[in-house]
Design a protein around this ligand. Structure first.
Ligand code: CLF
Ligand code: SF4
Length: 520
């Protein structure tokens, strides 16, 4: 048996193993357990002791399925799937699939053979790249030959890389067995509604069984197929993530229903993403002025669904050829010309050794957080506040304020530091965005935060941040984020108690619609 057939055998498993796994997944649903992280933890934020071993093994180095892993491990996408079988009102076909990416950037399309070479090239250069996803630029299952050929080639040449797929779900029920046979452990389905009346406002048409459907009928077929596909996948023990695009006034209230519907069908994780909509994208929603949610609207919806099931909050709506840690984009290093000219030496042992080092760093980070968390024991306070952090990864405060393309946002309370999202910004050091002063756009993006933690910051932005009521904190440069945040928060509570400062509630923040597009 070669490595490939061994892999496929593992994926199918025995009926007993699968029943056992399903039972464990069912038991895990609705978790609010106290685990290895030392605090109530759930979903993509869960740690090793929060999940059954089999599930932890599947998610522990998947940057999308584990919030904690996303600080350490990278993913890559290969753009092998150009066609799509539906139309979404937030999509312009000139760009990548907006279900799993952001509008505004067109990927270089690859053949399966080019994709396989690219995966080897990236895996050799970035040893912490653990997951290959196919997410467009159209729908992977509207291009099944290319998608599965790519998986076949990669499972032969790089069997240690996890395979991941993202689909709109229309063709999903037809391909579930093939997905399982390629050992694809992680599938994302974009589900924006379970009510066709709502769906008709999002999807003008679908193309199914050689026929075009529109309106209510199209949305009804789509939702039935999505939910059927989800059930079929979870029956086979494949971890399913649901992506939903939050469209204020159309499906924002309804997503609570979607959340319940997917939870009851065994989904592992729910990722509610903000609509990215701007007239220059040329989408129906962009052109008719449909707005996206504010940061607080998004967070409120995510919070309200969290009791129902595991929520993902660290999605970067990345492009169909994204490479690197979530939030960084190294795709320009791996263009087709460059990879075809590269000598690739796939060193599996070297990758394993590097990942072992990453695990050591990760354990140290969790231990430091745990130690600091214990010092909060017995603290009584209802104060909850947000902080923004400039980081390049590894769970460290290691980015200069002016170089940050995004800030990670943590909610601090006496329960500890919880990752709740990120905010894209324009590079402050590269000047303004359009006519605006870029510092103003940064402040608007983190306006709901009490402090911003950075490795370094210049005097001028420091003063402006202070004026806006945001405390620039640079004394924890190159230290662990959560440990530092808890130390700072304790100090904050002490100052409030002593009357040195008064706690105030901050306002809302803006989700940037154009950020990163110009910087990519
Ligand atoms: Fe890619 Fe998606 Fe797999 Fe991740 S992305 S196919 S699950 S490997 Fe991740 Fe990117 Fe968000 Fe997708 S951050 S857009 S959720
Ligand atoms: Fe666009 Fe993706 Fe929707 Fe297809 S599924 S129309 S590619 S956003």
């Amino acid at each position: 048996m070669d490595a490939t057939t061994e892999h496929v055998g593992d994926a199918v498993g025995t009926a007993v193993d699968m029943d056992d796994l399903m039972q464990k997944m069912a038991e895990h649903k609705g978790c609010g357990t106290s685990g290895g992280s030392g605090k109530a933890s759930c979903g993509s934020g869960a740690g090793e002791n929060d999940l059954p071993t089999e599930i932890w093994e599947k998610v522990k180095n998947h940057p999308c399925y584990s919030e904690e892993a996303h600080h350490h491990y990278a993913r890559m996408h290969v753009a092998v799937a150009p066609a799509c079988n539906i139309q979404c009102n937030y999509c312009n076909r000139k760009y990548d699939c907006a279900n799993e990416s952001r509008p505004g950037v067109v990927s270089e399309k690859l053949t399966p053979e080019q994709a396989a070479k690219k995966v080897l090239a990236v895996a050799s250069t970035i040893p912490q790249m653990t997951v290959l996803g196919i997410a467009g630029p159209g729908d992977p299952l509207a291009n099944p030959e290319k998608t599965f050929k790519t998986f076949e080639l990669i499972s032969k040449t790089a069997p240690d890389i996890k395979l991941c797929l993202s689909t709109n779900g229309l063709a999903l029920p037809d391909h579930v067995d093939t997905i399982a046979s390629y050992n694809v452990d992680h599938v994302t389905i974009t589900i924006n509604m379970v009510d066709p009346e709502v769906g008709a406002q999002i999807y003008p048409w679908i193309f199914w069984k050689h026929k075009r459907y529109t309106g209510y009928e199209a949305a009804k077929i789509l939702t039935d197929r999505q939910l059927q596909g989800l059930e079929m996948l979870t029956e086979r023990g494949i971890l399913c993530k649901i992506n939903s695009v939050m469209i204020p006034g159309i499906n924002d209230q309804h997503l609570v229903e979607v959340n319940k519907a997917v939870k009851s069908r065994g989904a592992f994780l729910h990722n509610i993403m903000p609509l990215i909509s701007s007239p220059e994208h040329g989408t129906v929603f962009g052109l008719n002025g449909q707005r996206g949610p504010s940061a607080q609207e998004l967070k409120a919806l995510q919070d309200s669904c969290e009791g129902e099931m595991n929520m993902m909050r660290h999605c970067r709506q990345c492009r169909a050829d994204a490479v690197g840690l979530l939030g960084e984009d190294r795709s320009a290093e791996f263009t087709t010309d460059k990879i075809m000219a590269m000598e690739v030496n796939y060193d599996m042992e070297g990758r394993k050794a590097y990942q072992a080092m990453v695990e050591e760093e990760r354990v140290a980070k969790v231990a430091a957080k745990q130690e600091e968390l214990e010092t909060l024991a017995g603290e009584q306070s209802d104060i909850k506040l947000l902080i923004a952090v400039a980081t390049k990864g590894s769970g460290l405060i290691n980015e200069h304020f002016g170089h940050a393309k995004e800030f990670q946002v943590y909610e601090l309370s006496t329960a500890g530091a919880k990752f709740v999202g990120h905010r894209r910004v324009d590079l402050y050091c590269q000047g303004g965005y359009g006519d605006e002063d870029s510092l103003e756009t940064v402040i608007r993006a983190i306006n709901d935060c009490h402090a911003v933690f950075v490795a370094k910051i210049g005097g001028c932005p420091k003063a402006d941040l202070q004026k806006a009521g945001i405390d620039p904190v640079d004394q924890y440069a190159h230290e662990f984020i959560e440990k530092s945040a808890i130390t700072w928060f304790k100090d904050y509570l002490d100052k409030v108690k002593s009357g040195e400062i008064e706690h105030t509630v901050r306002g809302d923040a803006e989700i940037r619609q154009g950020a990163l597009i110009s910087a990519a």
